[in-house]
Design a protein around this ligand. Structure first.
Ligand code: HEC
Length: 234
């Protein structure tokens, strides 16, 4: 880590120089006839192949990456049997102990920033070593260790947990949340029930058919090759 960084355009850099820039991405796309055709078809107009349109295409693809019909979704639609007894107890705890205050909405989280350690700051083994969260953006002391409340959909599939990635066990992550965010020591049974509920948030995963990529042309920039003025103005 640290060697590659992405800026807000998602441009990958090594420590010395960019390996991928908007100009290079545009030049590459423009050099491949099948992409030019596909961009013209999708976006129309003479400037169909652009970095911004490439970003739009990626965003449109990302909107298809949804995971519908989790047991919890079916439960919300009225199927009482979609959740086990334990999961229903977990849901109740999730709402009544206060988890839902931060992990709310369609994705059970992702909507706002909160300090990690509202009540009690977790130990150094749980907090990320080189990452003070929002503090890095705002430089305000009160933003130290402030993070976005993680969306909890599919959380059972995505260990390790927290920014530090130090916690692999869902029950343990839940117990830490109880302790640090709510000042409440959850019993083993409570942590298990909440975790069982969180496992009901696993939806149908998208199936992606990888496309066969179109062939490049002689003017396609090669890896490591400086972009020539001609390729850039194509
Ligand atoms: C005050 C707001 C707040 C409350 C209350 C809260 N959380 Fe969180 N939760 C967060 C934040 C912020 C993070 C992100 C921490 C990080 O990434 O280091 C998080 C992360 C998590 C994660 C890790 C997800 C991942 O993918 O890494 C789980 C699981 C979780 N919370 C479950 C719960 C449960 C269960 C409760 C109730 C017992 C709860 N949270 C209460 C704010 C809150």
């Amino acid at each position: 880590m640290g060697e590659f960084r992405a800026n807000r355009y998602g441009v990958a850099r090594t420590s010395e120089r960019p390996i991928q820039t908007p100009e290079r991405i545009e030049a590459t796309l423009k050099s491949i006839p099948a992409y030019v055709e596909a961009f013209e078809k999708a976006f129309g107009g003479p400037n169909a192949v652009s970095f911004d349109n490439a970003a739009r295409a990626l965003a449109a693809f990302e909107t298809t990456l949804i995971t519908p019909n989790a047991p919890f979704d079916r439960f919300l639609r009225g199927d009482d049997k979609a959740l086990t007894q334990e999961q229903q107890q977990g849901l109740e705890l999730f709402m009544n102990t206060g988890c839902a205050a931060c992990h709310s909405g369609m994705n059970l989280g992702g909507q706002a920033y909160f300090p990690f350690g509202v009540v009690k700051r977790p130990g150094a083994d749980i907090l990320p070593e080189d990452d003070k969260g929002r503090f890095a953006v705002t430089n305000t002391a009160s933003d130290e260790y402030v993070f976005r409340a993680s969306p909890l959909r599919n959380v059972a599939l995505t260990p390790p947990y927290f920014h530090s990635g130090e916690v692999w066990d869902l029950e343990q992550a839940v117990a830490i949340m109880g302790d640090s965010q709510l000042g409440r020591e959850l019993t083993k049974e409570e942590a298990s029930a909440i975790s069982a509920f969180l496992r009901s948030l696993t939806g149908e995963q998208p199936r992606i058919t990888l496309p066969i990529l179109p062939p490049s042309s002689p003017s396609t920039p090669k890896p490591d090759q400086e972009l020539s003025a001609q390729a850039a103005s194509n």
